[in-house]
Design a protein around this ligand. Structure first.
Ligand code: AVJ
Length: 328
């Protein structure tokens, strides 16, 4: 038997899908400037994020990989036969491959479905999986889509589903977005389906801040790439010399925030938005939130949204938790 794979695009509902230009216009036109974090992930940004994951300060990836290595057998033991293993925000698939390895070892039936907003990431991760698991039979269906469009496409399937939502991607929404996401996940899952959700836990603020301000400057580069992307795709004239990356921990909201701060008064023109945007000296653009969780908040979220927590796995330092949410 040969491995099989395909890559499909799932488009959003046109009426609800803003374009990049519309999102930039409303974000930079607002009183408090902001840009949606999803636009980090063009081909360059996805590569930079992979590099962030290898930085010594960026503990979430290492901790979660340790959890998956330690508990892969306990985690996959609960998977139903013929499962559609749907990895939301799959990136380079390095973490999901720890579970795939276990499933292949046990000769289990499954289809792996990596879902990512970045087509380049989907294609190159499938290529890498083919190399890693050369010699085994692996069915892969790659999907290029945003989270909610990919979730909507789950309604049509017949197989049981396990959703992987790793890396604390759940912490990346705006306030209350994690709960809304889980409600929508609940709506497309069936009783008995489950989700394995990675939560970054609250810890020493210095440890968290260092993770978003690595000494090699990769996170800074990742953030500034957003300006390069706007310049390239929307005809902008951001000059990255006049902005700096400002990571801040918001204690009240228990979240890490990334901002890009203007070093001087300046005007930036973005052709596709049809206008210019003024920046004051020290004015910030909020580009990302990464919520940090308490175990109590995780239980509360499950309870609110129709899931039962079947198991919770943590690394030895208790920096990170992978929780198994079973859909009730
Ligand atoms: C992939 C969204 C979970 O918030 O920690 C890492 C992205 N940004 N460093 C995170 C990120 C800067 C990451 N997530």
């Amino acid at each position: 038997l040969e491995s099989t794979y395909e890559v499909i695009q799932v488009a959003g509902v046109p009426s609800s899908t803003n374009t990049f230009a519309q999102d930039v216009l409303s974000g930079l036109g607002a009183e408090s400037k902001e840009l949606p974090a999803k636009y980090f992930y063009d081909a360059v940004g996805s590569r930079l994020f992979e590099s962030i994951c290898l930085q010594p300060e960026y503990y979430p990836t290492a901790c979660e990989a340790e959890i998956l290595e330690l508990y892969a057998d306990c985690i996959t033991a609960r998977f139903p036969s013929g499962v559609r293993l749907t990895d939301l925000g799959s990136g380079d698939c390095r973490k999901s491959s720890l579970l795939i390895r276990q499933l292949l070892r046990e000769k289990r039936q499954f289809t792996f479905v990596p879902v990512d907003i970045c087509e380049d990431a989907v294609r190159s991760s499938i290529h890498a999986l083919g190399k890693t698991f050369a010699g085994s039979t692996l069915a892969i269906q790659g999907i290029v889509a945003e989270y909610f469009d990919a979730l909507a496409s789950l309604r049509q399937r017949h197989e049981p589903v396990v959703v992987l939502f790793l890396g604390s991607n759940i912490g990346n929404f705006e306030e209350g977005g994690d709960e809304r996401f889980l409600n929508r996940l609940h709506a497309v899952l069936k009783p008995g389906d489950s989700a394995i959700i990675g939560f970054d836990l609250i810890k020493d603020t210095n440890v968290i801040c260092a993770a978003y301000n690595d000494a090699n400057g990769v996170t800074c580069e990742f953030n500034l790439n957003l300006f390069d992307r706007i310049n390239r795709e929307l005809g902008g004239n951001f000059d990255r010399r006049y902005f700096v990356h400002r990571p801040l921990f918001n204690t009240k909201l228990s979240r890490m925030e990334s901002h890009l701060m203007s070093l001087r008064e300046q005007t930036v023109t973005i052709a596709a938005t049809g206008r210019s945007f003024n920046f004051r000296e020290n004015e910030m653009i909020h580009v990302e939130s990464s919520y940090k969780y308490s175990p109590q908040k995780i239980s509360w979220l499950a309870e609110q949204t129709g899931f039962a927590i079947q198991a919770q796995f943590e690394d030895p330092n208790h920096y990170f938790q992978d929780a198994v949410f079973q859909r009730l």
